[in-house]
Design a protein around this ligand. Structure first.
Ligand code: TGC
Ligand code: FAD
Length: 393
């Protein structure tokens, strides 16, 4: 049995269209040829390979599911497969694409004015303009409804004050979608503003000291009396529903994508276990190693089937938030478990960056936390199951 045949034990490939397989294979080749040889260096140096952005754009990665404005108009399944390949490379590369596509282009496409769409979407699809999404604040992560960032109406402008924390792409973004409460209202007053690089009072600072997602930029954004034209407010949505509906899209992509990290760990560990000998035989020949590999493969197959079903539901209509939560919660957890077990198969070698599992393991700790922590998704499901809201009071 070939390596690929083992990983795709359930012939999920047969459930994909020719177009879906083609885009996946194109991105897979790009990852193998262009990205895997350099990712280790970027992870070590805490840098992101910006020179690859035009190639990602040429493959239709940015805003892949959107129509018009130079976007590829692909299915959610195709988008999931693209992200899965990017994350087989590194969660940092996938994060870049998720934020650009699901958290910036999607809200502008869904809630922006025609002028905003024309201004930003074609350049973002081409990778010439980069976006970031500012929801989380230093004191409000899981409960964004408590945000302190405020936008005060002043003539034809809004004046924004506040700070946003842990913002992917923040230091390289040309536009930041900043979610803020308007005129001291409650969470029902939340609006999304397009804050542009260079606007006076707007500063993005790289967060240092990360042990996770090192091949990705993550920033703290500070906004002090930033004056933005009223025409930079997205007219199509108000309230927490706005940012949370973008998160549905992004969470779905992540749930699909993390299986890529799991596949990288599984395939690497399998190969290593066939070569590495102890007690005069390959460690793959020990029953305990085989159990590890069997558990990994089983969870990959289950996770991929779950993600495929979710993406197909998205292609047919809108999946419910709890359907999205179940998949994000399951798939990130199993991917993280797989990365840890794969790391153990490499023994001491597994703690170095010569092999990928420890990098994936560290990255997946962030993925476990962002886009709704594992616990937040547990409570979203708990509420759907019982009808009782266990958040807060
Ligand atoms: P709650 O009262 O439940 O809801 C407020 C309003 O929002 C609506 N809503 C949703 N709408 C669309 N999609 C969803 N998933 C929605 N969930 C809720 C709800 O219907 C209501 O609408 P309306 O019109 O009736 O007012 O709100 P809550 O304050 O109790 O909070 C619920 C909770 C905890 C689930 C939510 O706040 C949450 O999901 N918290 C987690 C925050 C989070 O995920 N942050 C992610 C930041 S972005 C990020 O991490 C990017 S990482 C990117 C990368 O690098 O890949
Ligand atoms: P907290 O909300 O302080 O939670 C701490 C712990 O308490 C968690 O375990 C949590 O599950 C638990 N907890 C909280 N409330 C409850 C409860 N009611 N019941 C049980 N347990 C609870 N945000 C953006 O807006 N844009 C981005 O681009 C972005 N990129 C990110 C990139 C990285 C690398 C990281 C690490 C984060 C990023 N985030 C981004 C932020 C991310 O969304 C938040 O970290 C996340 O929502 C959790 O918020 P917090 O870190 O403040 O944790």
């Amino acid at each position: 049995m070939s390596r690929a045949a083992i990983t795709d034990l359930y012939r999920i490939d047969d459930m994909l269209s020719a177009e879906e397989r083609a885009i996946r294979d194109t991105v897979a080749r790009f990852i193998d040829k262009e990205y895997l040889p350099i990712v280790g260096k970027h992870f070590r140096n805490h840098t992101f390979p910006r020179e690859l952005i035009p190639q990602l754009a040429d493959m239709g990665v940015f805003g892949a599911t959107l129509t018009g404005y130079g976007c590829a108009g692909l299915s959610n399944v195709a988008y999931g497969l693209i992200l899965q390949e990017l994350e087989r490379g590194d969660s940092g590369l996938r994060s870049f694409a998720s934020v650009q596509s699901s958290l910036c282009m999607f809200p502008i496409w869904s809630f922006g004015s025609e002028e905003q769409k024309q201004r930003w979407l074609p350049g973002m699809a081409q990778g010439k303009l980069i976006g970031c999404f500012g929801l989380t604040e230093p004191d409000y992560g899981s409960d964004p409804g408590g945000m302190l960032t405020r936008a005060r109406k002043d003539g034809d402008s809004y004046v924004i004050n506040g700070s946003k924390m842990w913002i992917t792409n923040g230091t390289i973004a040309d536009v930041a979608i900043i979610w803020a409460k308007v005129d001291d209202g409650g969470s029902e007053s939340i609006r999304g503003f397009l804050v542009e690089k260079g606007m006076p009072g707007f500063v993005a600072k790289e967060i240092e000291g990360k042990f996770s997602l090192r091949a990705s930029y993550t920033a703290e954004l500070s906004l002090q009396d930033v004056r933005v034209p009223a025409s930079n407010m997205m007219p199509g949505v108000q309230g927490l529903r706005g940012p949370l509906s973008c998160l549905n899209k992004a969470r779905m992509g992540i749930a699909f994508a993390v299986m890529g990290a799991a596949v990288a760990c599984f395939e690497g560990a399998r190969e290593y276990s066939l070569e590495r000998k102890t007690f005069n035989k390959p460690i793959a020949g020990f029953q305990l190693t085989q159990e590890k590999l069997a558990d990994m493969l089983q969870e990959i197959v289950k996770g991929q089937l779950l993600a495929l079903r979710l993406a197909r539901m998205a292609d047919e209509g809108k999946p419910t938030p709890e359907q999205v939560s179940l998949c994000k919660r399951n798939n990130v957890k199993v991917a993280l478990d797989i990365a840890r077990v794969a790391r153990s198969i490499y023994g001491a070698n597994g703690i170095t960056d010569e092999y990928p599992p420890v990098r994936h393991m560290l990255n997946l700790e962030s993925v476990y936390t962002y886009e709704g922590t594992h616990e937040v998704h547990t409570l979203i499901l708990g509420k759907a199951i019982t009808g009782i809201n266990a958040f807060g009071n």
